[in-house]
Ligand binder design. Structure first.
Ligand SMILES: *[C@@H]1O[C@H](CO)[C@@H](O)[C@H](O)[C@H]1NC(C)=O
Length: 281
């Protein structure tokens, strides 16, 4: 075994101190050797830093901008993110994703003093985190993205207060609302702008739109008034007209979801710079 490159060896070759000064040549070669070591260290260090700079955290799947199938890559990346969101991402201070909460949803049917009005409060929806991203369209030049989602089942509950006439019965009152939504499809479009900070690029939402559809709706109310016949009539009406009622509630639902989604996306992009999502070369 060759002796380790170590003290003994070096002591003999380069020994010099205040008592036995090194020859100038030795001193120069020692300086050069030290410089080379420093240079090598700097090179290695810079290399590690630049490689690590954009090394994506575990919940991000990076996509190449030049990838001809970038939309498929973004779809995979979005599904990776969703999967991690389901169990929480402490790095993003996301621990609980279920349920989605919406403060208030409005419903108005008909006009005039007898028009039916309902307000649903403290809406909680369970199941959204079971979503799959089914399609992506993107334009990285204009920073426009469209994501399509499928959610197999959403279960919702809320408190409601209503006034006015529905199916010719006085439907004023309040109570509990429940809903089961099967086969939910949603489309979210957003346009982002880039903001530079600390040599990194952060995306922020400029414009966002969404739409959704539900294949099958079951819903009902449990009123506090305890008029079983009226309640049964209302529930029958609500269930046979689920799609129409949803259509009337859509603007209000969308408005609230858009605020929630904009905040969510901005929070995500505010914490994870663009360079971690997309490799630009
Ligand atoms: C998500 O889907 C699984 C499997 O279908 C189901 O067991 C679970 O309850 C769903 N989660 C929510 C929050 O609905």
């Amino acid at each position: 075994m060759p002796p380790p490159f170590g003290e003994g060896h070096r002591d003999v070759t380069f020994q010099c101190d205040s008592k036995t000064p090194c020859s100038p040549l030795f001193q120069v070669s020692k300086q050069i050797s030290r410089l080379l070591h420093v240079a090598a260290f700097v090179v290695i260090f810079v290399h590690i830093v630049s490689a690590e700079k954009y090394q994506a955290p575990y919940f991000i799947h990076q996509c190449q901008r030049s990838d001809p199938d970038i939309n498929q890559c973004l779809q995979f990346a979005a599904n990776t993110l969703v999967r991690h969101f389901r169990s929480g991402i402490p790095e993003l201070e996301v621990t609980e994703v279920e349920p989605i909460q919406i403060e208030e949803i409005h419903l108005a049917l008909g006009s005039g003093p007898d028009g039916y009005r309902a307000i649903f409060r403290d809406v909680e929806a369970f199941g959204v985190s079971n979503m799959t991203v089914t399609g992506v369209r993107s334009n990285l030049n204009s920073m426009e993205f469209q994501f399509q989602f499928f959610i197999p089942h959403i279960r919702a509950r809320a408190q409601y207060r209503s006034s006015g006439v529905l199916i010719m019965v006085q439907a004023s009152g309040g109570g509990d609302y429940w809903g089961e939504y099967e086969g939910v499809r949603a489309k979210v479009y957003f346009k982002a702008r880039k903001e530079e900070a600390n040599d990194l690029t952060y995306l922020q939402v400029d414009d966002i739109k969404m739409d959704f559809s539900v294949k099958d709706i079951k819903m009902g109310i449990k009123s506090q008034q305890d008029n079983a016949i009226i309640e049964a009539a209302l529930n029958l009406f609500i269930n046979t007209n689920g799609q129409e009622l949803l259509k009337e509630m859509k603007p209000s639902i969308k408005k609230h979801l858009l605020v929630t989604m904009r905040t969510f996306i901005n929070n995500l992009f505010g914490r994870v710079p663009y360079e971690y999502w997309i490799i630009d070369e």
